[in-house]
Design a protein around this ligand. Structure first.
Ligand SMILES: [Fe+2]
Length: 169
């Protein structure tokens, strides 16, 4: 069982993680449209990671004997000025994700809901990695912005990224 408040917030996080997946898919589509297929690959994998996050919340809600209510997924931003702008928006988005996870953790802590706190600790750690990953890629893409050779090297590198689901689900 979960309190109504926590149940609603966790349910809305399922939707938000799917929205994140959709946003990264829109970034993949943009990268594809400007012939950066390695960047597109990177964002397609991010799309998969976000679906994994959504399902982690989804499974948890059922484990707590509650029901998931699926909502409509909002249309993601598809207007990007260039590849640097994509990473700027990705960094902003990850900050928003972190603030939502913190808010959930605040509620779970208030309610002394220790199982949910444990779930959210996984997401708190994950967000440190996510923010770090996007911030460092933003710095690199900014440096490569006016250097096509460097940008294509980065594209080759990102083409090699493969999806590996976390071992501890
Ligand atoms: Fe996520």
């Amino acid at each position: 069982m979960l309190s109504e408040k926590l149940h609603n917030e966790l349910n809305s996080q399922v939707n938000f993680e799917f929205f994140s997946a959709y946003l990264y898919l829109s970034m993949a589509a943009y990268a594809e449209s400007i012939d950066l297929s390695g960047f597109a690959n990177f964002f397609r994998i991010q799309f998969q990671e976000e679906q994994f996050h959504a399902m982690k919340f989804y499974d948890y809600i059922f484990q707590k004997d509650e029901i998931v209510e699926l909502e409509a997924i909002a249309k993601p931003d598809m207007r990007f000025e260039n590849i640097v702008n994509v990473f700027q928006k990705a960094c902003e988005h990850e900050k928003l994700v972190t603030s939502r996870v913190y808010k959930l953790a605040d509620i779970a802590t208030e309610e002394k809901e220790h199982a949910t706190i444990s779930l959210l600790n996984w997401f708190i750690d994950e967000q440190v990695e996510e923010e770090n990953k996007f911030n460092s890629l933003l710095k690199r893409v900014k440096r490569s912005e006016n250097n096509p050779a460097a940008l294509y090297m980065m594209d080759d590198e990102l083409a090699a990224r493969v999806y590996t689901p976390p071992i501890i689900a």
